[in-house]
Design a binder for this molecule. Structure first.
Ligand code: ASP
Length: 449
C-alpha cells in the first residue's frame, strides 16, 4: 500500500510517470510531484498500477504535518508554526516589510512527501537568502496563505490594509510575496486603491519554490530589496526576472504588467511600455525618468470594489446567451475584443442580437469597456465601421489598457465613484494604465541589450 511521501511509478494506459506521492483529500485522484517540482494529477480510474520505488524514510514520517483548512483545494500542508526568533537590527540599514500572501514564493517542497509547506518568518527568509542581511532589516507579516487563483476583491482589501499599516510605520518600502498567476491583477488593484502612497510597494513572486536550485525567488527578492533601499521610487510595481537567466530583474508598473508564460522565469513582461527600471546585484538603471517619487508622507486609500462587473472574451461562433448573461447580471463589463476592439455584433442573426443587447444595456445605464486580446497596441473607434457602430452606442474604448487592468479599474471605479464619474475616469490615464508612448518590449530589448 503506497503512502504519501513514497517514491512511486504510476502506470496508466497512456503513460508511465515517476514522482513522490502527494497527500490528497479527494479519494478519486492521485497526485505525484515530479522531479521538476510540478504536480501531476491522475483520475484514480485511469491508473492501472502504482509501484512503490522507495518508501518514505522513517525519520521523515515522524515530522507532523497539518492540513490547511483555510483552503482545501490547495492541498497544502504546513509545518507547525515556529516561534520567530528575535533578529538583531542593523541600525545603518533601512527596514523593509515583507508581506506574504502565499503562492510558490512562500513555499518549499517537503522532499519526503512532495507537499508544499509555507515559509514565512523573517528568520526563514534570511536563512534562505542571507544576502538580504546586507541590504535591509526585515519585518514580516503573514497576510494570507493562498494560491493566487483563489483571490477575491476582499483579499486585495486585506493586502491594502496591511500595506497602509506598514506604510504608516515608516518602513523604507514593502515587498509583497504573491502567487504569480494573478499577481498582475493584484498589482493593478493596489495601483488603483492607493491614490497616494509614500513608499515603494513591490510585488514579487516566483515560478519555482525558493528551495529549488532553479528558483527565481532569491534574485527577485534581493533585487526588490535593493531597489527599495537605494531609490526614491514610490508607487506600486512588480519586481521579477527580466530574462530567463539570473541577470536583471525588471521593475514594471503595476497596471502594465502581464504574466506571458506559464513556467518561464521571465514570464512577467511590460506591455506597450518599458520597465520602469532594471535591477541587478551591482546596479540599478532607470529606463523611465518620470516615475512616481517619494513626496510626502500621505497615504490615500480607496479600497471599495463593485463585484457585479465582468470580463468577456469574444470569439467566433459566439452564443448570444453569453451576452444575455453579462447584460442581465452585471452593472458593467469589459469586452476583450479581437484586433482593434471588435466584437461579433455585425453580421448574422445571432451577432445582431448581441448588438441589440449591448445597445439596450448601455441605454439602461450599463457600462461596456472595449479592450483587445492582442494586448500589444491600442483599440480604435474609427478604422472600421464595425468599430464606429460600437462607439456610437456608447461602448468606451480603453486605448492600450490591458483587459485585466480594465476589469480591475472598472470594478474599482464603480466601487468608489458614481456611474457618470466612472464613465469619465475609465478612459483617463490615472495610474499609467494608458501609455502615452507605446513601446514593444522586444524592440526595446533588442536596442538596449
Ligand atoms: N498557482 C500559483 C499561484 O498563482 C502559482 C505561483 O504561485 O506561482 O498562486
Amino acid at each position: 500500500m503506497p503512502h504519501p511521501g513514497d517514491r512511486v511509478k504510476i502506470v496508466t494506459k497512456k503513460s508511465t510517470e515517476e514522482g513522490i506521492l502527494m497527500p490528497t483529500p479527494d479519494k478519486n485522484t492521485v497526485i505525484i510531484k515530479l522531479d521538476n517540482g510540478y504536480n501531476l494529477g491522475f483520475e484514480k480510474k485511469d491508473v492501472t498500477k502504482i509501484e512503490i520505488l522507495e518508501e518514505k524514510k522513517e525519520h521523515e514520517m515522524k515530522k507532523p504535518l497539518h492540513f490547511s483548512s483555510e483552503n482545501e483545494s490547495n492541498v497544502r500542508f504546513h509545518e507547525p508554526k515556529k516561534e520567530p526568533k528575535e533578529i538583531k537590527k542593523n541600525k545603518a540599514l533601512p527596514t523593509i516589510a515583507i508581506l506574504h500572501t502565499g503562492g510558490t514564493i512562500a513555499s518549499k517542497v517537503d522532499y519526503s512527501t512532495g507537499a508544499v509547506t509555507a515559509k514565512f518568518t523573517a528568520e526563514d527568509t534570511l536563512e534562505m537568502f542571507p544576502e538580504l542581511k546586507n541590504i535591509a532589516n526585515l519585518e514580516t507579516e503573514l497576510v494570507s496563505n493562498m494560491m493566487s487563483e483563489d483571490m477575491h476583491f476582499s483579499d486585495y482589501q486585506k493586502i491594502a490594509q496591511a500595506v497602509k499599516k506598514w506604510a504608516e510605520k515608516n518602513v523604507q518600502g514593502i515587498i509583497i510575496g504573491h502567487g504569480t498567476d494573478t499577481l498582475s491583477y493584484t498589482a493593478a488593484a493596489l495601483s488603483f486603491i492607493f491614490e497616494k502612497i509614500n513608499l515603494p510597494v513591490l510585488l514579487v513572486g516566483s515560478q519555482r519554490s525558493p528551495d529549488r536550485g532553479s528558483s527565481d525567488a532569491g534574485l527577485n527578492l534581493i533585487c526588490a530589496a535593493k531597489f527599495i533601499a537605494e531609490t526614491d521610487f514610490a508607487g506600486i510595481a512588480t519586481c521579477l526576472h527580466q530574462h530567463s537567466d539570473d541577470d536583471n530583474c525588471a521593475i514594471i508598473n503595476g497596471t502594465k504588467v502581464r504574466k506571458m508564460h506559464t513556467s518561464r522565469r521571465d514570464a512577467f513582461q511590460p506591455i506597450n511600455t518599458t520597465p520602469i527600471a532594471l535591477v541587478n546585484l551591482k546596479e540599478i538603471k532607470f529606463l523611465q525618468k518620470d516615475y512616481p517619487k517619494k513626496m510626502d508622507n500621505k497615504v490615500i486609500l480607496k479600497d471599495k470594489f463593485e463585484t457585479k462587473v465582468g470580463l468577456l472574451k469574444v470569439h467566433p461562433n459566439m452564443d448570444p446567451k453569453l451576452f444575455e448573461f453579462f447584460t442581465k447580471n452585471y452593472q458593467a463589463f469589459v469586452i476583450e475584443g479581437t484586433g482593434l476592439g471588435h466584437a461579433p455584433t455585425n453580421l448574422g442573426k445571432d451577432n445582431l442580437k448581441n448588438y441589440g443587447l449591448l445597445k439596450k444595456f448601455i441605454a439602461d445605464g450599463g457600462i461596456v469597456a472595449i479592450t483587445s486580446q492582442c494586448l500589444y497596441g491600442a483599440v480604435h473607434t474609427h478604422v472600421y465601421t464595425n468599430l464606429t457602430r460600437l462607439a456610437n452606442i456608447g461602448c468606451l474604448f480603453c486605448e492600450d489598457m490591458l483587459p485585466e487592468t480594465a476589469f480591475i479599474k472598472l470594478s474599482w471605479l464603480l466601487g468608489n465613484y458614481s456611474s457618470e464619474e466612472t464613465k469619465e475616469l475609465l478612459t483617463k490615464n490615472l495610474r499609467g494604465e494608458i501609455s502615452l508612448h507605446r513601446t514593444f518590449e522586444k524592440e526595446f530589448i533588442d536596442k538596449n541589450d
